[in-house]
Every structure is written in structure tokens, then in C-alpha cells.
Design a protein around this ligand. Structure first.
Ligand code: FES
Length: 295
């Protein structure tokens, strides 16, 4: 290519190479175009070299020299990263003096705020009131809870008492007291007093021999008379009422004779007393056949 251009220049004198190259352009193979581009890229590097060559001195090609060459103009040129960082932190001017501030003087006593006696008194009163209220409220709460606990305890005790009521085990109202022949005429059997509260007497009433069951309850105020064998009478220890063997009252405040229980002969021949029925002499009930057993 260079040979071709040189031959063309030699034949046509000093004609511009661009014009001479024009006819040769079609002859260029398409594959050589990329090769021309690097040649064009080399232009910026070649220009300084040419300029330096024109100035007649060998210029350095490192970054500092390039930057220094660029700063030769009036406008500030490009800077490196380190220089930019240094420019971002402007240092204090050397001539500026730092003003030293003296420390604050201590506050005199007269300038200090005095503690108010009123505030002290108020705080003392408040604390006293708080303690008094706490004690009162606490004691009230304690009393309240104690009362509640006592009430619950009493309620539980009452419930337990309700679950286990008193049971009065009374003797049966009907019971046997033995055979009639076991009693001798005029005998008063006292062995059933403690258990059944009754005397079994073999005696006579209105001239009729019989066995009857006398209720051991004084007709005055309900005491239990005693049988006095020696005196052949029933004597009440409370107010002194006396009753004959047949139960008729004859002394003391007792207003009427002793009562009888119903008596009969059971299937086995024993005497059967029934306390569910009573007979009173003043009402004529002793004549009832259920009130005695004839012997
Ligand atoms: Fe028997 Fe008064 S209770 S005499």
C-alpha cells in the first residue's frame, strides 16, 4: 500500500494523497478496513509526539506530567483522586487563632436556690398521709379479709354440721317386758325405767287384778318420780308429788294421776308395751282394755 502511494506521488507531483487514494479505494480489500482504524486511533498519541518534536524537547509521559501540562492554562485542569480528596477538606487557615474560652466560675452560695421549708413540710405531710392511709387501708383490708375468711370458715362448719345432724336414737315404741307369770301380785318392776321409762305393775284397780304399764313422767312438770318400795308409793324428787301404786296422785302439786301405756299379750305369751298410745285416768281411759292385761 505504501509503495502504491509513493508511486502515485512520484508520478503526479505534490497532489494530495486523499485525491490519489480515491481511485485506489475500490481496490482495497474489505478485510483491511479494521486495520486502518487502529492506525487512526494512534493519532492522539502521535500528535503530542509531533508537538514535542516541534518544541524540540522530550516531554514526560506519566500522569503527573500530563496533569501539569493540562494546568498550564487559566482554567483549572483535571485533578487526581488524592488531590480531589485534599481539596474537599479545606484546612484551617494558618493565620486564624483559636479563641480559648475560660471555664465558668463556681456559683456562690447566695446564688444557689435554697430548699423551701414549705416544700419540706409538704413532703413530710404527704409522706405521713401516705403512711397513715397505707396503714388504715391495709388494716381495713386485713380486717375485711379476716372477716371474709372467718365467715367462710363458719359457713363450712355449718355445712359440715348440716351434713352430720344429731341423730336421736330412741328406743322402739313397742317392746316386750316378759311373761305375766314372772310378776308376783303387788310387784312393781323398775328395770325398764332407764331404757323405756316405764314401770310394769301387777296390782289391782277398782278391785280388778291386772298388769299395767305406768309412764314414769310426773304430771306436774315432767320429772321422773322414784318408786319407794318401803312406802309403797311413787315420789317425785322435784316438788314432792306422791302417787299410789295404781298411779293415782295423792300429795304434792301433781294435778292428776300418772298415765298408762298400752299393754297386751304378744303371740309368744309375753307382755307387749306400746308407747305410742297413752291412757289417762281422769278421762276414764283406764277402763279401756288396751290399758291393762287381766290376770
Ligand atoms: Fe313432779 Fe313437780 S315435777 S312434783
Amino acid at each position: 500500500m505504501a509503495d502504491i502511494l509513493a508511486a502515485a506521488r512520484a508520478s503526479k507531483g505534490s497532489s494530495p494523497p486523499a485525491a490519489a487514494a480515491k481511485p485506489a479505494a475500490p481496490a482495497k480489500p474489505p478485510a483491511e478496513k479494521p486495520a486502518a482504524k487502529p492506525a487512526a486511533a494512534e493519532k492522539p498519541v502521535a500528535k503530542p509526539a509531533a508537538k514535542s518534536a516541534e518544541s524540540g524537547s522530550a516531554a514526560p509521559k506519566d500522569t503527573a506530567s500530563i496533569l501539569a501540562a493540562a494546568r498550564k492554562g487559566a482554567k483549572p485542569g483535571p485533578v487526581s483522586k488524592a488531590e480531589a480528596a485534599a481539596l474537599a477538606k479545606p484546612s484551617e487557615p494558618a493565620g486564624k487563632k483559636k479563641i480559648a474560652v475560660p471555664p465558668m466560675p463556681a456559683k456562690p452560695d447566695y446564688a444557689r436556690p435554697e430548699r423551701s421549708t414549705v416544700a419540706a413540710d409538704t413532703s413530710t405531710r404527704r409522706s405521713f398521709m401516705a403512711i397513715a392511709a397505707g396503714a388504715l387501708f391495709g388494716s381495713s383490708m386485713a380486717i375485711g379479709f379476716s372477716s371474709l375468711a372467718a365467715t367462710h370458715l363458719m359457713w363450712l362448719l355449718g355445712l359440715a354440721r348440716f351434713m352430720f345432724p344429731n341423730i336421736l336414737i330412741e328406743p322402739p315404741t313397742r317392746f316386750k317386758v316378759g311373761f305375766p307369770d314372772a310378776l308376783s301380785p303387788g310387784q312393781v318392776e323398775t328395770k325398764f325405767i332407764a331404757q323405756f321409762g316405764v314401770w310394769i305393775v301387777r296390782y289391782e284397780f277398782e278391785g280388778q287384778p291386772m298388769i299395767y304399764a305406768l309412764k314414769s313422767v310426773c304430771t306436774h312438770l315432767g320429772c321422773t318420780p322414784n318408786w319407794l318400795e318401803a312406802e309403797q308409793k311413787f315420789k317425785c324428787p322435784c316438788h314432792g308429788s306422791g302417787f299410789y301404786k295404781d298411779g293415782v296422785n295423792f300429795e304434792g302439786p301433781a294435778p292428776r294421776p300418772l298415765e298408762r301405756y298400752a299393754i297386751s299379750v304378744a303371740d309368744d305369751g309375753q307382755l307387749m308395751v306400746d308407747k305410742s298410745r297413752t291412757f289417762q285416768e281422769e278421762m276414764g281411759q283406764w277402763r279401756d282394755s288396751a290399758s291393762f292385761v287381766s290376770v
